[in-house]
Structures are given as structure tokens and as C-alpha cells.
Design a protein around this ligand. Sequence first.
Ligand code: SF4
Length: 345
Amino acid sequence: MAWLESITQIEEFEDAEFDAALVAEMEQASSASVSRMVRFSTPTFKEYETSELQSCGKNSFPAFSITAGGCALMCDHCEAKILEPMLPAIRPQMLDQKVRQLIETEGLQGFLLSGGSDKRNEIRYSRYYPVVEKLKRDFPHLRIAIHTALTDQAGAREMASAGVDVAMLDIIGAEQTIREVYHLNRPVDDFEATLEALCSTSMQISPHIVIGLHYGRILGEANALDILTRHFTHALVLVVIMPFYAKPGTFVTPGTRDVGRIFLEARHRLPDRQVLLGCARPPGMHKRVTDAYAVMAGLDGIAFPADGAVAVADTIGRPFHQAHACCSIKLGDSIASLARSSCAA
Ligand code: SF4
């Protein structure tokens, strides 16, 4: 039975609309990807349960914001809302205390360090590094991820020598998007230069592409993929813009077909890399269809998968497992995924 016919028989897709040509293309291209393991990740930032999977219920991989809810950039797609659910750590000691407490009470295994950025899309983490270094010394098992924002060679080296394991940043492929959505006057080259600086360290680099970042339209995604092909990174995390968090009335929701097409393109262009679908994407049926496309396109991991994703993997014969972590972080032997959405920072 062809994939389209099989997946539309799954109960969760009763009212779903799939693009027949795209599904056929995914099926045709599947010989290289159908045997790849897909990880359904349930990071512990939020409560999660579907009829197919459950979260571990522990705060084992929280996100901290060093600016609490503050951000000087106030990008149109976020307006600092991504920071709201993060644990505030506006002083290094706050991070130190909270991490030690969570190790005792919740079996914390790692954390994501994030924050709002300044007007140049940079984040001043330096005063936190002594704490990060000490935490790593006292608890070598901790896996630490960071939203780097834009940085240079010296900044990248500082992160790595503090003991950060995974560095994440959004790669933006269109200057117009940087200018209009981010209110930032810096070229695409600065994003590539940051990526290059990060790649010269020992950290795992986990760049993100936000699909639909240009007010819900597809604009710089192909160029962002081009940039990624020029630098070796451990993983690529794809997320989809969520108009719900954006400046009201400015964003549309990108169509699932456009999103699925970028999944396929990313898989094709980065065959040797982990290509993952991160937490952020529009909810409801949009998410179900998006996640089904992610499984069919051969992505390696999906965070908070929608109902039906496991059934699609089963139907097309992809092996899968569940992991409780974030950000392409290795926990024990398993590489878990995925990132906390689309912070530019
Ligand atoms: S994406 Fe990052 S830099 Fe932009 S508003 Fe949100 S927190 Fe600030």
C-alpha cells in the first residue's frame, strides 16, 4: 500500500490534509532514511502527554534565563515570550544554587543556559562561566547547552573552556529578515561567522533554522541550509514559526506542505547529520501533519511529538525510541533531542 493510503487510515489523521505529491516524493526518497532510528523526545520544560507517549515528569533538564524575562531586541516573532517559562538566574549564584538544589531533588542531568539578547544580538554570559565551570567540576555528568546568540572566536572559546557541551543558535539566511523581524543591522555573514567560530571549538554545535521566520513566509531557509552545508555541525534543529507568540497581526502560519518540503530538502542536503524537529511548531492538526511529514522525510528526532507520529513511524517501518532530554544532548548512551524552540539568542 502506498504511504498516503496507509497514513490516512490512521485515526489521528481522519481530517488531515496531506499533499499527495510531497508524500509520494518522501516515499520515493525513503530508501536512504527509512531505517534510521527516530527519537521521540519529551524534554522536561513542560508537562507533556499524548495517547502514545508520556513525559518523565521530572525537572531533569530545565532552561535558565540570565535576563529573566528581559530582552533588548524584542524580535517580532518572539517579543521575549520564549523566556517566560524559563527559570530566572539573573545572578550567577542563582544558577549555582538552583542547579545544586535540582540535582538533589529532581535528579537534574543538565540544563540550557539562555537569555534575552542585547541590541547587537549578543548575550553577556561571561560572569556565569566560573559557575558553569565549577558545576561541571563538581558534577561531571551534567550536560550543559547554551543559546549562543552572535559571538566571535574569543566568545566561542570562552564557552567551550567553561565546559559547555552544546552550542545552539538560529541561522538566518535573509538579510531582510534580520533587519525587519530582528530589528538588527547585521549581515547574514555574521551568523555564518559565529557558526564558524563555534565549529572551531570542541563543543557540539546545534544550529536551528526557524521555518517561516519571515512573517510566516519562506525566504531565507534555503540560504540557511547552504550555510550549514559549508560547516560541519553535530545536528540541525528545525522549528516552525508560531504566530501565536509573535507581534499580533504580523505573522501567518506557514503551510504544512512548505514545511514538509524543507524537511525533505534538509534531509537530502545533510544526509550524514542529525536533522531534528524542535519543540516549536503550531499546534493542533497542523502539528500532527507536520510531525507526520517529519517522520516520512526521515528526520532523526521529534520533540513533543503529536498524536499519530508514532503510528506513522510504525506504518512506514521506521524504528523509534523515546528520550527525556533536550538539545541534541547526549545523556548516557542515547543522543536525545531537542531544542527549546527558536530563541535568536
Ligand atoms: S528570539 Fe531571543 S533575542 Fe529575539 S526576542 Fe526572543 S529572546 Fe529576544
